[in-house]
Design a protein around this ligand. Structure first.
Ligand code: GLN
Length: 188
């Protein structure tokens, strides 16, 4: 199973390490054509506006085609890229995940903090860094994790997103859930 990690900017290396630790073969994706060789893709945190600039129009289109057909997991800025609606400021998204998301939504309160949230019913450490907030969850979207009342990890079909950084915690459950999705497909 080959998993790509979009390596244009941001914290792609922590994802690479985690995925390798879990037994995946990892490709650092720097060119659009590399998307053709992988079974799933992780879009890391970073700055979503910068991602858009670095991708350019052709890269954006190629990424959209990929995320429409193959398992894709975005964390933080990656979650923003996948969304159908982006605010603060308004920004284009790939539109493959039916959520409304607000950038830098927690102000200084969650500006880099480690909080205990819940993955399903079980407690899990969550690292937030200038996190966006999922403000709307579409009807086909499953909430996988919450922090207080807020959804912080969601899944729609083969697309997964988290507003926190599971690659920065020791807990491997979120990446495992993604690898399961790549391995077994999705039920919806
Ligand atoms: N604030 C960033 C954005 O709006 C996301 C932060 C992150 O990825 N850690 O794109």
């Amino acid at each position: 199973m080959k998993i790509g990690v979009l390596a244009l900017q941001g914290d792609f290396d922590a994802h690479r390490r985690r995925l390798e630790e879990l037994g995946a073969e990892v490709v650092l994706v720097k060119k659009p054509e590399q998307l053709d060789e992988i079974d799933g893709l992780v879009i890391p945190g970073g700055e979503s506006g910068t991602f858009l600039k670095l991708l350019g129009e052709a890269g954006f289109e190629k990424l959209k085609q990929f995320a429409r057909t193959k398992p894709t997991f975005g964390t933080c800025a990656g979650a923003i890229l996948l969304a159908s609606e982006v605010d603060n400021p308004k920004q284009e998204g790939l539109g493959v995940l039916d959520i409304g998301i607000r950038r830098n939504a927690y102000g200084r309160q969650l500006d880099s903090s480690i909080i205990e949230g819940h993955l399903g019913e079980s407690p899990i450490e969550m690292v937030f860094i200038r996190a966006p907030k999922i403000e709307r969850v579409g009807p086909g979207v499953e909430v996988m994790a919450t922090e207080g009342k807020d959804p912080v990890a969601v899944r729609q079909g083969r697309v997964m997103a988290a507003t926190f950084h599971p690659e920065l915690s020791e807990d491997t459950r979120v990446h495992r859930a993604f690898l399961d999705l790549v391995r077994n497909g999705h039920k919806k």
